[in-house]
Design a protein around this ligand. Structure first.
Ligand SMILES: [Zn+2]
Length: 69
């Protein structure tokens, strides 16, 4: 039951749910890495899945990844 997101919906989600900006203009699927611009000015890449489901909505400097093994 995967919801199909469009780039427009993703952009809206990013704007409503984070302070980051979406730079990517095309979306092919959940495995694609999207390019975001963090409030600090850095660009960072993340899949939308991580951004949305894992709450990774800033760059690694502003929001260091939790140690995952
Ligand atoms: Zn940042």
């Amino acid at each position: 039951m995967n919801k199909q997101w469009t780039i427009g919906q993703i952009k809206e989600f990013v704007e409503k749910n984070s302070e980051s900006k979406l730079l990517t203009t095309e979306y092919y699927g959940f495995s694609q890495k999207l390019l975001f611009k963090c409030t600090c000015g850095s660009n960072f890449e993340k899949t939308f899945k991580k951004f949305k489901n894992n709450n990774q909505r800033k760059c690694d400097v502003c929001q260091p990844p939790k140690a995952t093994r």
